[in-house]
Design a binder for this molecule. Structure first.
Ligand code: ADP
Ligand code: MG
Length: 530
């Protein structure tokens, strides 16, 4: 079997050293890696507030649908539009999802939590207040372990961040700005949808750590089924609090970059903000406590409003909702249908991503990086189905480099990429049996992903990609090329190893990329050098 292409075609880094295709575009990753170096006399600190929309039929306090993408204002209960006289009814499913998530984050669940009204004026907040548990959260004091990938696969390390709290709260509606007509329109479909806000301690020091945390947290929520994790649909949004200080001194003044809507932007926004703050401090000025937004087109953060004067939200208990009580099975009330019992929820915890990762590592000898990648990209079922009859190491490498990296390059996911698992297995087997060259495996994989067909055999047939292994035929091709290229042949004889590549290129052309390159190379060497 020929080795997999040893060098990445985009950045020329040896495959061994390169984790990058996986994290999307190679060039993009390298450039951000290079810019990341922060002067050692400054220490950046980052804390995150992750808003995750709870996957539920209804909204937090109404029965209107929380499904994404409906026509504007078609999923709005009277309560969501704040009609007088309407009353909130707490959605049990949202409480259960919050408890399940908090348990997976090893939080302490509060047996009593409360809902407050947090007042502010905003066009897409018709009630004039948001109902939130900000000051009396559902759960506190958890911890979440995540992996940070490195330059090499073996540099992958486990880190942890403390979870300060997990609270339930309402989402607001959406303002749509129509620049042409010069007006703003309000869509209340999202108003009142249930959010879990997960607040971390300021435990990150780089944008890459924050990004890694959110990537693994997202997978946890998806595995629990408590959030669909779709950044593109706004189901997850992150606020990043960022400050820098000199080591040994107290934390600096922070800015808060709001509503970051992709994991990649999160890293970029944080790295930009760190550089901006260091520049300000080095020029002798002060960082101001302000809210900023991230513009992904320019890669910069922009001031939105300052927080120097503390805004008064006039928090007050929501008078229409009693405190939320949760129970343990030992409590007298736990038998009642109307209560949520913590240990019953605990029994519903599925295998967590970190546990699945461990299992893959133990069962197949995968390194932590590869195991995490397979878990995070939702490849576990496909992987386990296919690996059983195949060489683990070779197959894993094939799956990651010849399939997954192409899927991610196209911004697709394994489940929506349209390639059936058995196709990956077939391509691997054909490659291993030398029925297909590496190049043509890639061609077919691209074809499958780009919608040229769904059957690899059909593509190999119609595109004439099957590998020619007939040594007699290949020898005759090589002989002809040698005759026609005496000067290249002389160079090869003089010991210039690269000259053979030109001859190989000719053979590729003559065999329409179907000649087995390893065999052709051997034949050339034999005919010229022996
Ligand atoms: P606020 O009430 O302004 O939202 P919180 O105390 O609730 O402030 O903290 C919000 C987030 O800010 C948390 O994630 C926390 O870790 C983070 N944070 C607090 N202080 C700092 C700081 N100096 N630098 C960076 N992040 C910070
Ligand atoms: Mg906050």
């Amino acid at each position: 079997m020929t080795a997999l292409s040893p060098v990445c075609k985009f950045c020329g880094i040896s495959r061994q050293y390169f984790v990058v295709s996986i994290i999307k575009s190679h060039r993009r990753y390298r450039s951000t890696q290079l810019k990341q170096d922060i002067k050692p006399d400054w220490k950046p600190v980052i804390g995150l507030e992750v808003h995750a929309q709870i996957k539920a039929e209804g909204k937090l306090f109404s029965g209107a649908s929380s499904k994404y993408g409906g026509p504007a204002n078609t999923q709005v209960a009277f309560l969501d539009s704040a009609l007088p006289g309407t009353l909130p009814v707490l959605n049990r499913r949202c409480v259960e999802a919050g408890v399940l998530t908090a348990l997976a984050l090893q939080c302490r669940i509060n047996k009593v939590s409360r809902f407050d009204r947090k007042h502010y004026f905003y066009a897409d907040l018709p009630a004039g207040y948001q109902i939130t548990q900000q000051n009396h959260a559902l759960a506190n004091d958890g911890v979440f372990r995540y992996l940070q990938y490195g330059k090499h696969e073996d540099d992958c390390v486990e880190k942890s961040a403390r979870i300060l709290q997990l609270q339930l709260e309402q989402d607001s509606g959406k303002s749509l700005h129509d620049d042409i007509e010069g007006r703003s329109l309000i869509d209340l479909n999202r108003a009142g949808c249930a959010l879990m806000e997960i607040v971390t301690a300021p435990d990150f020091n780089t944008g890459d750590e924050a990004r890694s945390f959110v990537r693994d947290l997202r997978m946890l929520l998806v595995t629990l089924g408590t959030c669909d994790g779709k950044f593109s649909e706004g189901s997850m949004r992150v606020d990043a609090n960022i400050s820098v200080h000199r080591p040994g001194e107290p934390l600096g003044t922070r800015s808060e970059v709001k509503n970051i809507n992709s994991i990649y932007s999160l890293k970029k926004a944080i790295d930009y903000e760190i550089r901006r703050q260091i520049e300000i401090l080095e020029s002798g000025e002060d960082v101001i406590n302000e809210t900023r937004s991230y513009d992904k087109d320019t890669g910069k953060t922009l001031a939105m409003r300052d927080k120097e004067s503390k805004q008064d939200y006039r928090f007050m208990p929501e008078p229409n909702l009693p405190p939320l009580h949760l129970y343990s099975s030992s409590d007298a009330k736990s038998g009642s249908q109307s209560v949520v019992t913590i240990d019953n929820i605990e029994k519903q915890l599925p295998a967590l991503p970190s546990e699945i990762r461990e299992r893959l590592m133990n069962k197949y000898g995968l390194n932590m990086y590869r195991a995490n990648l397979i878990v995070n990209e939702e490849l576990v079922d496909v992987y386990e189905q296919l690996v059983t009859t195949r060489d683990v190491k070779k197959f894993t490498t094939f799956l990651i480099h010849e399939f997954l990296s192409l899927v991610l390059e196209r911004d697709l996911t394994v489940s929506d990429c349209g390639v059936a698992p058995q196709c990956i297995g077939e391509l691997y087997d054909w490659y291993l049996n030398e029925d297909l060259s590496h190049l043509n495996v890639q061609k077919i994989m691209r074809g499958l992903l780009d919608g040229d067909g769904s059957d690899p055999k059909y593509l190999a047939d119609t595109w004439n990609l099957w590998q020619i292994n007939d040594v007699e035929y290949l020898t005759s091709v090589c002989r002809q090329i040698i005759e026609e290229n005496p000067s290249q042949v002389a160079k090869v004889k003089r010991g210039k190893p690269r000259a053979i590549n030109k001859l190989m290129g000719q053979a590729r052309k003559m065999t329409n990329d179907q000649g087995n390159p390893v065999k052709i190379n051997k034949i050339f060497k034999k005919l010229i050098l022996d």
